[in-house]
Design a protein around this ligand. Sequence first.
Ligand code: GRF
Length: 197
Amino acid sequence: MTKRVAILISGSGSNMVALAESMVGDHPARPVLVVSNLPGAGGLGRAEAMGIATAVVDHRRFAGDRAAFEAELARVLEAARPDILCLAGFMRILTPWFTARWAGRALNIHPSLLPKYRGLDTHARALAAGDSEAGCSVHEVTAELDGGPILGQARVPILPGDTPERLAARVLPMEHELYPAVLRRYAAGDRTPVFLP
Ligand code: GRF
């Protein structure tokens, strides 16, 4: 049975595009919905151009009431009957109520070599620490921010003169390779981690 995938975004949606473009042919899943918490997210137009249904649940409408925001987000998502949820550049922290609903069937991409540098500004922190490499991770979503089981990682070298922007530009293409590779296995029920390169 082909798995139905919903994707949560907040921004340009480049990871969403990489996921959606990978779900063709013998892939065990198909994208059914892209949801953004921001009406102006560039990824919405990209999803529509790919013929994927989109929706907006603007978190600002809920004036900080996380429970009300998440109840509406859950309602919109569940109307599409997804089997798997992929967070792709989604910048809202989800409560245990929401993560429990998706336990064992939700993934997130994070631009660091977890468990290092959970949260924001990951590349600047790796540079400030004098690390020799950086990267990205795909993990299962749990109540612990960026803390769920790691299902994939991709590494890149940190080079002399690197800035957070240059490092982000080196890591992002690896995200676009790693996330689809993990999703393909995950949708087939295979939790064997993917390591790149
Ligand atoms: C990516 O680096 C992702 O890891 C992070 O946000 C960035 C935005 O990606 N969470 P996208 O182009 O919106 O997918």
